[in-house]
Ligand binder design. Sequence first.
Ligand code: HEC
Ligand code: HEC
Length: 285
Amino acid sequence: MARLYTALCIALLCLTSCKQTPFEEESTAKKINTLRRGKVSDAEWSKVYAGKQVYETYCSGCHGVKGDGKGPASAMLSVQPRNFTRAMFKFISTPSGSLPADADLHRTLLRGVPRSSMPSWAMLPETDRANVIEYIKTFSERWQTSPPPNALTFGNPPTWVGSLESAAKGKAVYAKMGCANCHGQTGLGDGNSAAALKDAEDNPIKPFNFREGVLKGGSRIEDIYRTFYTGLAGTPMPAFGGILTDEENWHLVSYVIFLMGKTNVKEADLANIPVVAATDSTKHK
Ligand code: HEC
Ligand code: HEC
């Protein structure tokens, strides 16, 4: 009888203390997170807390429970998952070096990151994506201290992007900017410094080989323009916004899509055009 009583007591104790109610779990999590991480207001917290559930279900296996990019699966990946504690993002439409706009993170989650193991999360409900984005922001104080500035607006692509003349001018820009040092003369990703390149986490990183694969930042000409303008933070790929004129940047897009085999421009025709510098008359910065 006494034994049964003890067993019952233990069972009861477990029921009341071992198992936290969702409310208790939420407030513990809230305490831990608000102590350890950036300030999250009570109003924001429920979104952030919902985002934590999404994160720990779908993302932490790669990005790590602590957001440091060191989840259990990361050891098997050649391209390492983003370390969110650094708050450095590759795919931004904000000025180079700043945090991404929410729209940038949404785009990345919808599309995934080609040439890496980062999947598309298009199958998640929109609110899950929105909430997990809020949760990612708790991994670094930077979201409080230097929040993302307004997204840049770029003009529409000129109609001549992809033409023979534009590709020829882009070829000159490619030479002038030393793209070949990393990407190689013909864009095969085999430039002189290619083998030694490291990212911000000190992991080896390969320059893009224009002949294979799709673009991480998106393959529309607008996406390529934006990638050149803002660079890819945390990688050796520089930002050319403010260095190249608008026109030079579009010519560069023409040359790169030629190298990718996405235009009708023939190699022989391009070789026949003398390399001329893209016009400087439109310099606007
Ligand atoms: C199978 C592994 C894996 C899973 C699961 C995963 N990611 Fe990633 N994620 C990656 C890798 C790898 C990268 C880096 C890609 C690169 O830099 O080329 C990345 C990059 C990112 C980036 C950085 C984008 C930028 O602009 O730099 C964000 C944001 C991101 N992931 C969010 C998420 C979210 C949110 C989830 C869960 C819903 C998730 N990831 C699940 C592997 C994963
Ligand atoms: C110092 C080395 C370096 C230089 C110089 C450089 N790049 Fe890159 N570039 C890289 C690396 C590394 C990547 C791959 C980044 C990644 O996978 O995250 C890259 C990626 C790219 C991509 C692919 C972007 C995407 O969305 O996947 C393009 C296109 C590109 N570079 C074009 C250029 C052009 C054009 C120039 C010259 C104007 C240039 N790069 C100069 C290192 C360089």
